[in-house]
Design a protein around this ligand. Structure first.
Ligand code: NAP
Length: 332
């Protein structure tokens, strides 16, 4: 099978011909139609992730058809069109993942290939309103956005939510979820074109976070916000504390810009803020996310689609951060 393999850190992925893997008793073999990138894939190539092993096929997100099933797998999965929940062994608790939790695509081989083996527990029927590329683009970003917004952030319609770095895959998906829920959605970006696109898609306002005092403009135009969804952290984190309302919530699911350099703890306790972390989501979050997408006919925003053998071009677009939405690899 054709596969994109990471053999060394900080080097391009290599297109290899590998033996088709065989599913273990609780697993299935999926013939992939599409895979999608996440920032995690890029972090791994740069050595910025714990427990890296090489060689490995990266890729957490994928959609395709089940072509073989292990002995303990219910036979109805054979031949099914599916998308993958990339979270493996979340465990029994909904509050947090177990110590066994893994993400597909390192250490286990992932979806940047023609075939992948996965535990049958990770299978979900492909929502009929999505094409293969959209189905592949939904998984990791979708469950992260859903848990951060609704499970952790408890977003309600009529509330105002600010989503940072709207070019990001999680951020664009979260924006679509929040609009569908009836919230007022504000976004930030380093790129005015991405802000204009977000407003076209239904966001109420957007602010360029590279400009000084952008956060003061948010408050003067829209007032303080109820919820902030942030995947960036970094120097701008302190400004988020200023523009969230008293008693409000900041949910953080990433730190693309590194750790916060400075933030005012006095404001955190005086404003009675809730600062919450969020990572991917439980199987229950994933199921709820799919039901929400079906009910509202939500499609993830795709930036560009590349053939598998041009996967390195997709990785370099992600590195530059020029994308608006998900980068997809079309496989079959
Ligand atoms: N905890 C989890 O389960 C989980 C799951 C998924 C992702 N993550 C993490 O969340 C982050 C985003 O992931 P992704 O896959 O959505 O990545 P992505 O698609 O590569 O998003 C990158 C975006 O981050 C934004 N950004 C960069 N620096 C920023 C800054 N200083 N302030 C605000 N925004 C900034 C940029 O938005 P603009 O172009 O609009 O400026 C850029 O387009 C990554 O750090 C990733 O590792 C965590």
């Amino acid at each position: 099978m054709k596969s994109l393999v990471m053999k060394e850190l900080k080097q391009p992925l290599q297109l290899d011909d590998r033996e088709e893997p065989q599913p273990a008793t609780d697993e299935v073999l999926v013939e992939l139609h599409a895979a999608a990138l996440n920032r995690r894939d890029y972090w791994i190539t740069q050595g910025l992730y714990p427990g890296i092993r090489v060689p490995v096929i990266l890729g957490s997100d994928g959609a395709g058809v089940v072509t073989k099933i292990g002995n303990n797998v219910p036979p109805h999965w054979q031949g099914q069109e599916i998308l993958i929940d990339p979270g493996i062994d979340w465990g029994e608790q909904t509050k947090t993942q177990s110590e066994r939790f893994q993400i597909l695509g390192m250490p286990r081989d992932g979806t940047f290939a023609e075939f992948v083996t996965i535990p049958a527990a990770c299978l979900h029927p492909k929502p009929p309103h999505l094409d293969w590329n959209e189905a592949a683009a939904l998984g990791l970003g979708g469950v992260t956005a859903y848990r951060a917004l609704f499970t952790q952030g408890v977003l309600k319609s009529k509330q105002t939510v600010l989503i940072t770095g709207i070019g990001g895959g999680v951020a664009t998906t979260a924006m679509r979820f929040a609009i569908a829920c009836g919230a007022t959605v504000l976004v930030t970006s380093s790129d005015d074109t991405k802000i204009a696109q977000a407003i076209d898609a239904g966001a109420t306002g957007g602010f360029n976070y590279t400009q000084d005092a952008w956060h003061k403009n948010v408050v003067s135009k829209f007032g303080e916000v109820d919820l902030i969804l942030d995947g960036a952290g970094g120097a701008g984190y302190g400004q988020l504390i200023d523009l969230v309302t008293a008693g409000g919530t900041i949910v953080n699911y990433g730190a693309t810009a590194g750790p916060p350099q400075q933030f005012d703890l006095f404001k955190v306790f005086w404003k009675q803020l809730r600062l919450i972390g969020s990572t991917m989501g439980s199987p229950r979050d994933f199921q709820a996310m799919l039901e929400f997408c079906r009910a509202h006919q939500i499609r993830p925003q795709i930036d560009q689609i590349y053939p598998l053998n041009e996967g390195n071009d997709a990785m370099s677009r992600m590195q530059k951060g020029t994308q608006a939405g998900k980068l997809v690899l079309a496989i079959q």
